[in-house]
Design a protein around this ligand. Structure first.
Ligand code: ADE
Length: 233
């Protein structure tokens, strides 16, 4: 997968994308990141990317020209391949595991990190295929949201995570939160691990985990239980 990111803060990305699983995914050739400084697509000496809104009002808007130029430049580089252009902004559709999964099937995505009071509407109308928000709160810009989206998508690419089961049995798969987990020691400060997990009886353990996952989901996220089918290996 190729991921192009258009931003006014290009330096924000390396510390996140060049660590841990995102770094491993690049090393394994599963993903390639291209970070573009939006100001490189301006034509004035101040490298200006924003201006005041027509009709008045507070705040500044991102101008269409640099964004159009950046997207056109990127598309010209990947000749013929289909690209999905995604704008990160608080008005977008809220990111879910299902959306991450769908995006992980794309070969090429272009992420535009919104800023200021937003972007000129013509960017939405003509350039953007999808708008995504990472939650009902307002960030200072779309960069952190782009990183959240990238992380959630790249870990789903085949071969990025070692253990296939770690994808099958994680929160939101089958619309359930995860059951509780325990590791060594079996007794820690007078708190002991549930007996069943030490029993070696895999059928019983599986039943316990399913029950606990359901209990936890019912208590914390009953909204997820509307369609509840747990995936088997
Ligand atoms: N930009 C500002 N806030 C945002 C959010 N919640 N999601 C995506 N992009 C944003």
């Amino acid at each position: 997968m190729r991921i192009d990111i258009i931003t006014i803060f290009p330096k924000m990305f390396a510390p996140v994308l060049n660590e841990s699983i995102m770094l491993r995914a690049q090393d394994k050739g599963k993903v390639k990141f291209h970070i573009h400084d939006l100001r490189d697509y301006t034509s004035d000496k101040h490298r200006k990317v924003d201006d005041r809104p027509f009709g008045g009002g507070s705040g500044m808007l991102m101008q269409p020209e640099p964004i159009f130029k950046a997207v056109e430049h990127i598309k010209s580089k990947i000749k013929g391949k289909k690209s999905k252009v995604i704008l990160l902004c608080p008005q977008g559709e809220k990111l879910t595991q299902k959306i991450a999964k769908n995006i992980s099937k794309e070969k090429h995505i272009i992420l535009i990190c919104g800023h200021y009071e937003g972007v000129d509407e013509r960017v939405r109308e003509k350039l953007v295929d999808e708008e995504i928000s990472i939650g009902d709160y307002v960030l200072t810009g779309g960069e952190l949201a782009a990183m959240v989206l990238v992380d959630s998508v790249v870990r789903l690419l085949p071969g990025v995570l070692g253990d296939k089961n770690s994808l099958n049995f994680e929160s939101f798969e089958g619309n359930l939160l995860e059951h509780p987990h325990y590791t060594r020691p079996a007794n820690f400060r007078k708190m002991s691990v549930p007996e069943v997990l030490l029993s070696g009886d895999h059928k019983k353990i599986e039943a316990w985990r399913n029950k606990e996952a359901l209990k936890r989901t019912r208590a914390r996220r009953p909204d997820l239980l509307k369609s509840n089918v747990r995936k088997e290996n």
